[in-house]
Ligand binder design. Structure first.
Ligand code: C2O
Ligand code: CU
Length: 515
C-alpha cells in the first residue's frame, strides 16, 4: 500500500470570489481548496493545520466510509473534538472499496460554508478502461453569502429567528462575477472573481466530475450544445444515460461524459438553484475549446428563474451499472418524520422524530471511550445499532408550524453508504414496496419538495410532503451522524446520531488528540 501525504494548511484573509471583498479561508493558499487525487489502493495521511485566527475546525471527507477508522471522520462533536486555532491533527485512512468522486469540507458549526475541495479516487486501470474517456475535468459548484458564517449562525439560533436567505452568488470552481463589479485593492495572491474556464481539446471525450459543494442550494447544471451522459453518482457507476441537464443536491457528485465535437468556441455553462424564489443568477462558467477563435466574457441574458415548476427528476432515469447487492430482506425500519418548528421563545428549529438534535460538547466517540454516553441528555443521545444489522430509514418530510411550505432536504449518512430505495409524495406506509433492483449505492439523497405545493398556498402544519427510503448494513462500528446537508438545517437540529456496534468499536489509536 502506498501512503500518500497531504498537508492542509488553513488560513484566512481577504478575497473577493464574486467581486465582494470578505474574509475567506484558503487551504495551502488556494480557494476553493485544492483537489486531492489518489488511487483506490492508497492510504491517505492528511495533516490539517488550523491557522485560523480564533475558530476551531475539523475536516471531513464526505462519502469516505472510514471503515475501521471511525476516529478520522473529521466530524466535530461526533468523531473528534474540533482542532483549536493554532493546533494540528493528522488523519490516516484507506479508501479500499471506494472509487469515484468525493469531496472534503469543514465540519464544525457553519464552517462548511468556507472550506471545500474535490477528492478523486481513481478506479483501477481495468475499470477505468471500460469508461471510455480520454481525459477528465473537475467542476466544483458552491453557493456563497456576503455575510460571515458566524453572523448566519447567530441569526439562525437566536430570537427572533433570522433565516440565512438565498446566497448572493453561485460559484464555479470558487469564482463568479456579481453585476457592477469594481474591486477594492486586494492583497497579492487573493482570490478575485471571474468566470471559471474549463478547457477541452476538440474531438476528445471528457469525464466531467461535477460536485455540489453548496450548503443550501439544490442545483441544476447545464452545458449547452453538448450531450451529457451520466456515468457515476456518489462513487457508484451507472448505466451511461443521456441527460438534458444535471440535477445535483448539496453533497452529491456526478460524473458525466462530454465529447468536444461541436463548433470550436466558448459555451456558457450554468448552475441554478431550484425551488428558491430569489436565488443568485450568476452561476456562469465557460466551456472553452482549446482552438476557439474568439473568447466570451459577458454571459448571455439572465437565467430563467427555476421556481414552482414541476420537473421530472433527472434521478428517476438513473440505473446502476451492475445489479446492486442490496440485502433483499427488509431491515429494522426507523421512521423519521421531520418538520420545522417555531418555538414559543421566538426561535426556530428542525425536529427529527420529535427531537431537535443537539450535538454534545465532547465528541460522541470520545464519550464512548469514557463511558459517559449514558449520562448524555435526551437531546444528544445516540441511537444504538447492533453491528451487522440491516437498517431501513424512511425520511418523511412534513410541513411545520412556521411557513406552511414543503422544502427539499439532502440527507447524508456518515460511516456507511446506503442503497437509495426511492421516494414519493405524501405519506410513506409499510405497504409501499422498495425498488430494490434499481437501487443506487450512495451517501446523499434528496427528499424532494412535495411536487406541487412549493411556493403555492401555505399548507396546514402536519401535512405530509414526501418521503425517501434508504437501506444500509451497519458494518462500521463507531459514532456516526445522519443529517440534512443544508448546513443551516443541521445547525438548527436536523440530525440524528448512531452508535454502531458499541462493543466492537476498536481502541482509539495512541496519541489521538483530545483537544
Ligand atoms: Cu458532508 Cu456531515 O457531511
Ligand atoms: Cu434540510
Amino acid at each position: 500500500v502506498a501512503v500518500k501525504s497531504f498537508d492542509l494548511n488553513i488560513t484566512e484573509s481577504i478575497g473577493a470570489p464574486d467581486c465582494y471583498a470578505k474574509t475567506i479561508r484558503y487551504i495551502n493558499g488556494k480557494y476553493p481548496a485544492p483537489a486531492i487525487h489518489v488511487d483506490q489502493s492508497d492510504r491517505l495521511r492528511v495533516t490539517v493545520r488550523n491557522g485560523l485566527e480564533s475558530e476551531a475546525i475539523s475536516i471531513h471527507f464526505h462519502g469516505i466510509r472510514q471503515l475501521g477508522t471511525p476516529w478520522y471522520d473529521g466530524t466535530s462533536h461526533v468523531s473528534q473534538n474540533a482542532i483549536p486555532a493554532g493546533k494540528e491533527m493528522t488523519l490516516e485512512f484507506s479508501v479500499k472499496d471506494q472509487s469515484g468522486t468525493f469531496l472534503y469540507h469543514a465540519h464544525n458549526a457553519m464552517q462548511e460554508l468556507s472550506i471545500f475541495g474535490a477528492v478523486i479516487i481513481n478506479e483501477p486501470a481495468e475499470v477505468r478502461k471500460t469508461l471510455h474517456y480520454d481525459d477528465e475535468r473537475t467542476i466544483v459548484l458552491s453557493d456563497s453569502w456576503h455575510n460571515s458564517s458566524l453572523a448566519q449562525e447567530t441569526g439562525l439560533l437566536g430570537a427572533p429567528f433570522k433565516w440565512v436567505g438565498d446566497p448572493q452568488s453561485l460559484l464555479t470552481n470558487g469564482i463568479t462575477l456579481s453585476p457592477n463589479c469594481s474591486y477594492l485593492p486586494m492583497p497579492q495572491g487573493a482570490t478575485t472573481g471571474g468566470y471559471a474556464v474549463t478547457i477541452v481539446e476538440p474531438k476528445k471525450t471528457y469525464r466531467f466530475r461535477i460536485i455540489n459543494a453548496a450548503t443550501l442550494n439544490f442545483l441544476r447544471f447545464d452545458i449547452p450544445g453538448h450531450t451529457m451522459r451520466v456515468i457515476e453518482a456518489d462513487g457508484t457507476l451507472l448505466k451511461p444515460t443521456k441527460i438534458d441537464h444535471l440535477e445535483l443536491n448539496a453533497g452529491q457528485r456526478y460524473s458525466v461524459l462530454i465529447t468536444a465535437d461541436q463548433e470550436a468556441k466558448d459555451y456558457w455553462m450554468s448552475s441554478q438553484a431550484m425551488w428558491r424564489k430569489a436565488s443568485a443568477q450568476n452561476g456562469w462558467s465557460i466551456l472553452r475549446y482549446s482552438n476557439a477563435k474568439t473568447q466570451e466574457s459577458t454571459p448571455p441574458a439572465a437565467l430563467p428563474a427555476r421556481g414552482p415548476e414541476i420537473p421530472s427528476w433527472m434521478e428517476d432515469q438513473l440505473r446502476p451499472l451492475k445489479p446492486p447487492r442490496v440485502p433483499q430482506q427488509e431491515g429494522d425500519t426507523r421512521f423519521y418524520n421531520f418538520s420545522q418548528v417555531a418555538l414559543a421563545d421566538g426561535t426556530v428549529r428542525w425536529q427529527v422524530a420529535d427531537r431537535v438534535y443537539e450535538l454534545p460538547d465532547q465528541a460522541l466517540l470520545l464519550q464512548h471511550y469514557n463511558n459517559t454516553i449514558k449520562n448524555l441528555p435526551a437531546a444528544s443521545k445516540p441511537v444504538s445499532i447492533e453491528r451487522g444489522r440491516v437498517v431501513d430509514i424512511v425520511l418523511q418530510s412534513s410541513v411545520g408550524n412556521l411557513n406552511g411550505v414543503c422544502e427539499e432536504h439532502p440527507f447524508h449518512l456518515h460511516g456507511h453508504s446506503f442503497w437509495d430505495l426511492g421516494g414519493g409524495n405524501g405519506t410513506w406506509h409499510s405497504g409501499i414496496k422498495a425498488d430494490v433492483n434499481n437501487a443506487i449505492l450512495r451517501d446523499t439523497v434528496t427528499v424532494y419538495p412535495y411536487r406541487s405545493a412549493y411556493f403555492q398556498t401555505p399548507l396546514p402544519a402536519g401535512t405530509s410532503c414526501g418521503w425517501r427510503r434508504i437501506r444500509f448494513v451497519a458494518d462500521n462500528p463507531g459514532a456516526w451522524l445522519l443529517h440534512c446537508h443544508i448546513v443551516a438545517h443541521l445547525v438548527m437540529g436536523m440530525a440524528e446520531s448512531f452508535i454502531v456496534g458499541e462493543s466492537n468499536i476498536p481502541a482509539l489509536p495512541p496519541h489521538f488528540p483530545i483537544f
